[in-house]
Every structure is written in structure tokens, then in C-alpha cells.
Design a protein around this ligand. Structure first.
Ligand code: ADP
Length: 524
């Protein structure tokens, strides 16, 4: 199948959270299974030069956005069997923050949606499935139906819309934005675009996509309920075809303690004790914690927002530190949490460390060096950190919600089975209790701890199973198109990469060509 992913971020080029990890690794897994897979993201000016230097121009477009045309280049390079496209529109994406507030952000991603659709014609690449992700791409299924479906090549495209986090919806002033988008005015109704008097990009994706998915079965269930639906549960229920929940995998090459170049000592499940001890000492040293092998060290790597249970951490941290437990926090986000953790790291110097940064390397060293990993989320669509932590033998302590419930089996002290420590109620007391249970096992039951570490490190976190589930979903939306599920790994992926289909188009439609104005006008 021909599959094009659209998203606002993608590792390793640009990342603020788990969405980037998914967009950087699921397409590779699908390409390895024989599909022609491509990914398109904005070309932010903060994408490092090491990647920019590898990009070449694939096409030029000049989408009509409001009353004027805006020029943009489609840059690309091929890596790991996938064609990675970047929409280079400096007037839109030359900012450091990839997410901001207000109309600038609304217009930026509305432009991205318009440009992505225009680029298909310019590239001569019409996918069977256009896989949109989160609100930043939510307008695409509606634009496709309203303005592109009758154009040559576009009619056969089917859309999948994946929700990575329903909380962020992209809600904007309809009148303002529609000046640039040109939806029919009579589409501004509650069954289509309207949401409490505004345009809601997430809702638009949920209404107009051919199929909706999210990143774990439990979250798929939760978003259909008033408690977990963030005011969109009714929209989801009204679709009638439900939400498909597919758990994320991780990039097991980048996250591999046996080969990780950023950690103090590499290790595998067979010899983790020595490796993790070295990583722990190095982490304690690096972050200013007392270098003590015996003290349980708990890591937390997260966006510092309500969702992640920081208010529970706020309530329990000092009491837990009093029990001779160390914490290392890495994250950025809301000021109140930054200030709290900053203060805690000063008053509990040697026991609490905090780095306010986005630091991929330190993140790897925390996964490798910490004994336990804390994720007390209020809700969690899937969560990748608990998967990465398990791969590094860092035993998770999680709240039983969404993907955390689907990926961490609670430790059973009678049978020894399980992967981590869990609690159910969103309360500081229950979080404290779960941490103390984990600390007790760490201190007093080394064999049980060994079992937990080995269980986590032995789990299969590759995309193998989930990629097959996405294939089934794509087959469902694309109807009778043939799906290849048994292609040998990597065989066709390399071929697609060497012979990108738009090469021919580039020759016949030279870069820089202008589309006839009439065509653009009709479309918009
Ligand atoms: P979310 O997408 O909600 O932020 P996930 O658990 O799905 O949460 O994914 C978080 C990803 O971002 C993980 O790969 C985690 O290691 C990474 N991450 C989060 N905060 C930071 C940070 N401050 N520095 C480096 N990596 C981070």
C-alpha cells in the first residue's frame, strides 16, 4: 500500500513528546513490511543542520491561503526505507517553539494541512491511505472531502485519523480561519465543524476521517465515555464505527541498553546488574545526587503538565524523600511545577535532582541509571516512557489508566508475576503507597526485583504486532486494495527508497512551476 503520514513532529528531527517517537518509528516498521511509506512534517527552523543538510528539493507548491498564494518547497530525504518530506515555508515555520498560542498557531497548522494536500499533486504521489495524527492535521480529512476529492488522483485517497492525546484539540475562531480555508459556510454546524461556536480541529478529524484510531485499547474505550472524552465522546459515539485502539511500539534500535552510546555502561538482560550499577553511579554523580548504590533511585521524564500527575508528586515528594529515596526529574512545562521541583532540588540537595530541559541524552541516562520509573498520570493515551523504562530494566510505577494499564502488569507478590507497581485511584495516598511497595521490594526482595527487571527487559516492544494491526485498519478503509503482510523484512522498503515514485514527476514537472490560478481558485 501507499501510505502517507502527516504530523506536527517526528523524531529524530523534532520532538516534544511521544507523538514524535511514533511518527519516527511506525512508518519504518510498515516500510519493512513492504509498503511504500512516506512521512510529511513542517520544516521548522529549529530542525538541526545535520538533518537539513541531507534534504533536497522534491517539488515547489504555492497553495492558495486566504486571498494570496504562499510559496513553499517540499524537501525530502530517504532513510530507513521511508521517504521523509518537510514542508519548507519560512514565513510559517521559522519559529523556535513548534507549538504556541492563538491564531498564529491555528494558521500555521491550517497552512500545513492545505500545503500537504497540494503537495500530493506536485509530487505525483497519491497515497491509498493518508494517516493524519492529532489536531494539527485534523482539517485534512475535511479539506480532502470538501475541495480535493474531485481532482484527478485525489478521489481514491482514504483517511485514518489517530488521536494521540484528545486533551489538545486546536479550537479556534471559525470566521477568521475559514477566510483562509474556504469551507462551505453551511458546514459550520454541530454535526460537522462547529464546536461551541468555534472551529475544533480535533473534532473535524474525528467527524470526517474514514476511520479513527487511538494509541491503546483502554484509551479507545475511555474516550467514548463522558469522563474521558474531553467533550468529544458524543462525537465519537455518533460515528457508529467506534475507535480502534492500537498500542504503540518503540524504536528498539534507538532505545537499546546493549548499544546505547549515551549511557555509562552498556548492558543486556543477561548482565544488567553490573551495567545498571555503573549507569546509576554515573547518573547520581552527573545530577548531584549522593552517590550511593543502596538507595532506591526513582526517575521521572515528562512534560510538566497536570496530565502527568505532578500534583500528586507535589503532595508526596517530601514524605517519600524522608524515607531515604532519591528522585531525578527531567522535564519542562508549567511554571508552577518547574518552581516546585527547582525548590525541592535545593532544599533536598543530594536526594532530589531536577533538570528543566528537553534533553534526549540525559533521558537515556535516566532510563538506564534509575531503579524505578514514576508515571502517576491522570490519563495516558498510551505512554511511551513506561515502555522505554522497561526496556532499560527501570521498573515502572504507574497509575492504571489508558495505555499504562495495557502495558504494565501489576506485580503479584504471591506468584512473582508482573512488570511493575500500579495503583488505581488518582490520589496522593495511593501513589505514596505504590512507591513504598516498590521501595520495599527493592530493599527486601532482590529476587523479586530481579524478576521484574528481567520481565520488562524481555518484553517485545517492537512495532511488529502494532504495524500488523495498522495494516488491517488500512485494509478496512482502503477497501479492496491488496495489503502485503508477509514481505520479507526490509526487502521492498529499500526498493521504494531507491526509486521514489515522484522522481518521474520531478522530471516532467520541474520545480518552481506555478499551478494555473484557475485550478487553485476552483479548489478553494
Ligand atoms: P507524552 O507524549 O504525553 O509527552 P509519552 O510517554 O508518550 O508522553 O512520550 C514521552 C516521550 O518524550 C518519551 O520518549 C520521553 O522519554 C520523552 N521526553 C519527555 N520529556 C522529555 C525531556 N524533558 N527530555 C527528553 N525527553 C523527554
Amino acid at each position: 500500500m501507499k501510505i502517507l503520514f502527516l504530523a506536527s513532529e517526528c523524531a529524530p528531527f523534532i520532538k516534544t513528546g511521544g507523538l514524535a517517537d511514533v511518527i519516527g518509528s511506525l512508518p519504518v516498521a510498515l516500510a519493512e513490511r513492504g509498503h511504500d511509506v512516506r512521512v510529511m512534517i513542517p520544516c521548522y527552523s529549529c530542525i538541526p543542520a545535520e538533518w537539513r543538510d541531507r534534504m533536497e528539493e522534491a517539488a515547489r507548491i504555492d497553495p492558495l491561503f486566504g486571498w494570496k498564494r504562499e510559496e513553499a518547497r517540499i524537501l525530502r530525504f530517504v532513510d530507513r526505507g521511508v521517504v521523509w518530506y518537510f514542508i519548507d515555508a519560512p514565513s510559517r515555520f521559522s519559529v523556535y517553539l513548534i507549538y504556541g498560542d492563538g491564531m498564529a498557531e491555528a494558521e500555521r497548522f491550517a497552512f500545513f494541512c492545505r500545503a500537504a494536500l497540494d503537495s500530493l499533486d506536485a509530487l505525483g504521489f497519491f497515497p491509498d491511505v493518508l494517516h493524519c495524527n492529532d489536531w494539527q492535521t485534523g482539517l485534512v480529512p475535511a479539506l480532502l472531502k470538501a475541495q480535493y476529492a474531485s481532482r484527478p488522483g485525489y478521489g481514491g485517497i482514504r483517511t485514518v485519523f489517530s488521536v494521540h492525546n484528545l486533551r489538545y484539540q486546536g479550537i479556534f475562531n471559525f470566521r477568521h480561519l475559514n477566510g483562509a480555508l474556504g469551507f462551505p459556510e453551511d458546514w459550520f454546524t454541530p454535526d460537522k465543524l462547529e464546536f461551541y461556536g468555534c472551529l475544533n480541529c480535533m473534532k473535524t478529524g474525528l467527524v470526517f476521517a474514514d476511520r479513527v484510531s487511538t494509541v491503546s485499547p483502554t484509551y479507545a474505550h475511555d474516550v467514548m465515555t463522558p469522563e474521558g472524552g474531553d467533550q468529544l465522546d458524543g462525537v465519537l459515539r455518533a460515528r457508529g464505527d467506534g475507535v480502534t485502539g492500537i498500542v504503540n511500539g518503540i524504536d528498539t534500535v534507538s532505545y537499546d541498553p546493549g548499544r546505547d552510546p549515551w549511557i555509562a555502561k552498556q548492558y543486556t538482560a543477561a548482565d544488567y546488574a553490573e551495567g545498571k550499577a555503573a549507569c546509576k553511579a554515573a547518573l547520581q554523580e552527573e545530577t548531584g545526587l549522593s552517590v550511593r548504590p543502596d538507595v532506591p533511585l526513582i526517575g521521572m521524564i515528562t512534560r510538566l503538565v497536570d496530565q502527568k500527575g505532578l500534583d500528586l508528586v507535589h503532595e508526596t515528594l517530601h514524605g517519600l524523600v524522608d524515607r531515604d529515596v532519591q528522585f531525578v526529574f527531567l522535564g519542562s512545562g508549567e511554571r508552577r511545577y518547574i518552581e516546585f521541583l527547582g525548590r525541592a532540588s535545593e532544599t533536598r540537595r543530594g536526594s532530589v535532582a531536577f533538570r528543566c530541559a528537553l534533553d534526549e541524552r540525559l533521558a537515556h541516562r535516566i532510563y538506564a541509571g534509575a531503579d524505578l520509573f514514576l508515571m502517576p498520570s491522570a490519563f495516558e493515551p498510551c505512554g511511551l516512557s513506561q515502555l522505554i523504562a522497561q526496556r532499560y530494566g527501570c521498573v515502572p510505577i504507574v497509575r492504571e489508566t489508558g495505555g499504562l494499564k495495557d502495558t504494565v502488569r501489576p506485580y503479584n507478590r504471591f506468584t512473582g508475576e508482573g512488570d511493575g507497581f500500579t495503583f488505581s485511584n488518582y490520589s496522593a495516598a495511593d501513589l505514596g503507597d505504590a512507591v513504598l511497595r516498590a521501595v520495599d521490594v527493592y530493599r527486601n526482595c532482590p529476587e523479586a526485583m530481579d524478576g521484574l527487571i528481567r520481565s520488562g527487559m524481555g518484553k517485545d516492544f517492537t512495532w511488529l504486532h502494532s504495524a500488523a494491526e495498522y495494516e488491517s485498519l488500512y485494509a478496512l478503509v482502503a477497501g479492496d486494495r491488496v495489503v502485503t503482510t508477509d514481505a520479507p523484512k526490509g526487502k521492498n522498503a529499500g526498493k521504494a527508497a531507491e526509486e521514489p515514485k515522484e522522481a518521474h514527476v520531478k522530471k516532467t514537472k520541474p520545480a518552481g512551476r506555478k499551478k494555473p490560478a484557475a485550478k487553485g481558485k476552483k479548489a478553494d
